[in-house]
Design a protein around this ligand. Structure first.
Ligand SMILES: NC(=O)c1ccc[n+]([C@@H]2O[C@H](COP(=O)([O-])OP(=O)(O)OC[C@H]3O[C@@H](n4cnc5c(N)ncnc54)[C@H](O)[C@@H]3O)[C@@H](O)[C@H]2O)c1
Length: 255
């Protein structure tokens, strides 16, 4: 398989280094608007070459996006128009229903796939299975230490309560997790989000609570930051590598 990268930052680097050792991946093509980031990553890899977006799309079988929402808006449809599979990390870009449907319809038309790794949360597999029947409620409780939002808060404080749609507008840093959960479950208007700032917390954590015909689900993760970008959780990179493994492995585990 030939793999293209849009974005050579923290997540792109983790995934490319892992993919470099996959025997199923023969070549990798790198693209980033920051030429220094592209060169820095290329220097760490054996199977890669730096290239233009057009050449990368042409030569790759699968394109991995870990750049920005802007990058998904600019290049997502182009990738799918060429019949190439697309893995999206900047899932917040799919909040806009019209744009999301445009990508889905293009993928359908060209017989290719859009993969959304579970990212910085766990429990997405359970929500996906549960959503086959009726889910009554899905709640995401994100807890952050005060320094994560640059505020001095001395006691546990709920700073936001509302729908996922309102949360992604007011707290764009939470956007990927809320978007992923909404898409897996009951949508942006019915998924409920609480954001808590807690001086006792040392790292960002996400708790998913869901209730429905399947029963009750509770999934909690406490995330270590990515060593190369404290704003990204390390689990996000690991989930992307796990998605790549799902694509190349004959055995598929989980929903
Ligand atoms: N799904 C999740 O749970 C999850 C978790 C963490 C981060 N993310 C998202 O993944 C993306 C990458 O995160 P990161 O930590 O690697 O960021 P990063 O800032 O370390 O790296 C992003 C790289 O993409 C490049 N880039 C940005 N826009 C571009 C464009 N339009 N064209 C070409 N290159 C472009 C930048 O130059 C940079 O090198 C972000 O959008 C982030 O919000 C998703």
């Amino acid at each position: 398989m030939k793999l293209g990268f849009i974005g050579c930052g923290a997540i792109g680097t983790d995934v490319a280094i892992a993919a470099d050792s996959f025997e199923e991946i023969s070549e990798m093509f790198l693209f980033d608007k920051d030429k220094k980031a592209m060169k820095k990553l290329d220097d760490k890899l054996k199977k890669s070459s730096k290239t233009t977006l057009e050449t990368m799309i042409e030569k790759s079988d699968v394109i991995f996006e870990a750049a920005s929402q802007e990058a998904v808006s600019l290049y997502g449809k182009k990738v799918l128009d060429h019949g190439k599979d697309l893995i999206i990390m900047s899932i917040g870009s799919l909040c806009n229903e019209e744009f999301r449907n445009e990508l889905i319809n293009t993928a359908k038309k060209n017989n290719c796939k859009i993969y959304l790794p579970s990212g910085a949360v766990c429990g997405i597999d359970g929500i996906l299975s549960a959503s086959i029947d009726k889910i009554d409620t899905v709640t995401l409780v994100t807890t952050k230490p005060p320094k994560a939002i640059d505020k001095t808060i001395n006691k546990r404080t709920v700073i936001f309560r509302g729908t996922a749609r309102e949360a992604v507008e007011k707290f764009p840093k939470n956007i990927n997790v809320a978007a992923n959960l909404s898409l897996a479950g009951i949508g942006f208007n019915d998924t409920y989000v609480e954001i808590v700032v807690d001086p006792v917390a040392t790292r960002n954590s996400h708790k998913i609570l869901a209730h429905g015909r399947f029963g009750r689900l509770r999934a909690v993760v406490e995330n270590m930051p990515n060593p190369n970008n404290p704003g990204s959780s390390y689990l996000a990179s690991l989930s992307a590598i796990a998605t790549l493994k799902r694509i190349v492995n004959p055995i598929q585990i989980g929903a």
